[in-house]
Design a protein around this ligand. Structure first.
Ligand code: KG4
Ligand code: ZN
Length: 357
């Protein structure tokens, strides 16, 4: 569902930005006007990838090459503004799979050059954080954000637009990574998160298998997921060695409860300590229904506003890249045509400044 335009005044003309995303297995393109989504298109190679139990970089690059031209054309066509109506081309330059990123970066550079429009380099994680703005155009700092993705888990404090302070982060695995690894142990397909949710629906959803506390009630705002993953592996192996039956749905529900409860506890504690009135979340794990319910009820209880991007905007998409591109456009952060892709970007570099290439 797209939000209606706010009236545009001459003083506040919102930039129209085409966003392109190809960092993993999703080829996506979208057009936004400021924080408003005009179109949002996606083609995924996840079905092919799930045959291999994870993302095979070479398959992802090939699928991006085949899909990108049509996906961009569809996004621009459906936006109603046409190529002429675009003010800038924004593209994810990192972090992600190098070959996959290069497809998007090369395409965006060529398009920006051909259209004679500025190019904007977007950090993928800043895109995930910008998704909240597309769902709440009036959202302004200060707020506390839970970032829970495949590669990162952190509680952040946003004091001014575009600047985040890391209050705490994972000391080992990310939450999404734990979902993916536990799914694999349970014989579920990639991506782990949605398949674990599906598996839980086959049982009664009760957390009956004991799981470790994982820095719950301690460790500041930091997280640790490697012990949780090991606990699941040990439980399944022990049961198998003893020849005892066990319910995958029970293990999945117990894992999900432990993984999510600590995210909610630390996010709410940070919101209390910072004295903010608003909490937001971003990243693929924010699409998890149990996490969304828990955050909603805790925020309601604490009298806080919760801004949760729609589920499809939590997982990889180009609307978030275009929305972050619009922020960078206003800041005048443009990239040169020698822009290169980056496989990894430290979280401190992503969040400290304006997220420039
Ligand atoms: O945020 P994302 O695109 O990763 C990075 O950019 O690093 O999200 C991908 C991650 C995967 O680990 C996937 O298992 C997880 O998000 N995920 C979920 C759900 N949907 C995706 N985790 C839990 N529940 C979900 N419904
Ligand atoms: Zn992502």
């Amino acid at each position: 569902m797209y939000l209606p335009y706010l009236p545009e005044t001459p003083e506040r003309r919102e930039p129209v930005v085409l966003g392109i995303e190809s960092s993993c297995d999703e080829t996506a393109a979208a057009v936004v006007r400021g924080r408003h989504i005009l179109s949002d298109e996606i083609a995924s190679s996840a079905d092919t990838q799930s045959l291999f139990g994870g993302v095979v970089p070479e398959i992802a690059s090939r699928a991006h090459t085949e899909a990108i031209s049509a996906v961009v054309r569809r996004a621009v066509g459906k936006s109603g503004v046409g190529f002429d109506g675009i003010d800038a081309v924004a593209v994810t330059y990192g972090a992600g799979l190098l070959g996959a990123l290069l497809v998007g970066v090369s395409f965006a550079k060529a398009l920006a050059y051909a259209l004679n429009k500025p190019l904007i380099a977007v950090d993928h994680i800043r895109g995930h954080l910008a998704a909240a703005y597309t769902c709440a155009p009036d959202l302004e700092p200060p707020f506390v954000t839970l970032l829970a993705s495949g590669g990162h888990t952190a509680v952040l404090y946003a004091e001014t637009e575009g600047k985040f302070e890391i209050l705490g982060a994972t000391l080992d695995d990310a939450a999404g990574e734990a979902f993916d690894k536990v799914a694999r142990v349970l014989g579920l397909k990639y991506p782990g998160g949605p398949n674990i949710e599906k598996c839980i629906r086959e049982g009664d959803g009760k957390p009956v298998v004991p799981m470790p506390k994982m820095l719950k009630g301690g460790g500041g705002y930091n997280f640790s997921y490697s012990g949780l993953k090991t606990a699941v592996i040990n439980y399944c192996h022990t049961m198998e060695q003893k020849g005892l039956p066990y319910s995958k749905a029970d293990v999945a529900a117990s894992f999900q409860c432990a993984a999510v409860d600590v995210l909610v506890e630390k996010t709410m504690a940070a919101a209390r300590a910072q004295g903010v009135k608003t909490v937001t979340a971003g990243g693929g794990v924010a699409a998890n229904s149990y996490l969304r319910e828990r955050l909603s009820s805790e925020c309601r209880r604490a009298g806080l506003r919760l801004v949760l991007p729609e589920k499809r905007l939590c997982t990889d998409n180009a609307a978030m890249i275009a929305a972050e591109g619009a922020v960078q456009y206003r800041l005048g952060n443009f990239a040169k045509l020698d822009l290169n892709a980056k496989a990894s970007i430290p979280l401190s570099a992503t969040l400290g400044g304006a997220g420039r290439a």
